[in-house]
Design a protein around this ligand. Structure first.
Ligand SMILES: Nc1ncnc2c1ncn2[C@@H]1O[C@H](COP(=O)(O)OP(=O)(O)O)[C@@H](O)[C@H]1O
Ligand SMILES: [Mg+2]
Length: 249
């Protein structure tokens, strides 16, 4: 079981990288789970999968129904079966969407159950890739506890790398027990490449790989086509494949 969360400033390409990683990794034999943990979910679109229900919907269901359930009913088992209902089984990987964060009610009960359920689900897979929001919401609420590695995506901006630095500090302050942190520089052009490398050196960040700005990817995005349909010779896809190899995935 290896769990990797993809983080970084908004717009740097976290979801694009997550989608391309899933595409590359679904070709090998390992069992793979993709989790969309961004409340503003768009990993399903990038993967070309239609998802109607989220873990958040199941949590709401649980809170609404709990008082109507017989007292001896095992609530954890009910929620667990609901969570399995929202697990989308694709031929080569499974996908689950966390959905919107909770409203103003008390969610401790449901979240406590969810923690145990997510722990068990993650154990069923060799590899889990989590696309997050920059704020690490689901990680900071500890719904997903077993993250081993952070893959921080940055673009050419200095702020992108500063966010990477903040994420590193946040992970430490939340005692997330992260074993490794890698930085991917995305949307790299011949013009901004040396600047990114210089910022990374200043912040003492190791860049595990560089993903070029890819016109094909950009066109797919504009046309609303899923990145899962990217041709194998897409420069960005090839670069992500190399990174996966370097990470031993
Ligand atoms: N390597 C790349 N080449 C070209 N465009 C890219 C690349 N990576 C991401 N993009 C584009 O950048 C925008 C933001 O990407 P997205 O993955 O949604 O970012 P995030 O999930 O970090 O908010 C999208 O329009 C996406 O198509
Ligand atoms: Mg995203």
């Amino acid at each position: 079981m290896r769990v990797i969360a993809i983080t970084g400033k908004g717009g740097t390409g976290k979801t694009a990288v997550a989608g391309m990683l899933v595409k590359c990794l679904s070709q090998n034999k390992k069992t793979l789970l993709a989790i969309d943990a961004d409340p503003d979910s768009n990993l399903p679109d990038v993967l070309g999968v239609k998802v109607d229900k989220t873990i958040g919907d199941m949590r709401e269901f649980m809170l609404e129904e709990r008082d109507r359930m017989p007292p001896d009913m095992n609530k954890e088992r009910v929620l667990e079966s609901k969570v399995y209902e929202v697990l989308n089984e694709m031929p080569r990987y499974d996908l689950v969407v966390m959905g919107r964060p909770e409203g103003s009610g008390c969610y401790c009960f449901a979240n406590n159950l969810l923690r145990g359920i997510m722990d068990r689900i993650l154990k069923n897979y060799d590899l889990t890739i989590i696309d997050t929001a920059a704020g690490l919401e689901h990680l900071s609420r500890r719904i997903i506890r077993d993250v081993d590695e952070l893959l921080v995506v940055t673009d050419g901006s200095r702020r992108g790398l500063q966010t990477a630095e903040r994420i590193r500090e946040l992970a430490i302050s939340l005692s997330l027990n992260i074993k490794k942190m890698h930085v991917i520089a995305n949307k790299v052009t011949p013009e901004n490449r040396s600047r990114i490398e210089e910022y990374a050196r200043e912040l003492k960040m190791d860049i595990i790989g560089i993903v070029p700005f890819d016109e094909t990817l950009s066109r797919f995005d504009l046309e609303g086509r899923p990145l899962s349909e990217l041709p194998q010779d897409s420069e960005a896809l090839r670069a992500v494949g190399e990174i996966a190899k370097r990470m031993g995935l």
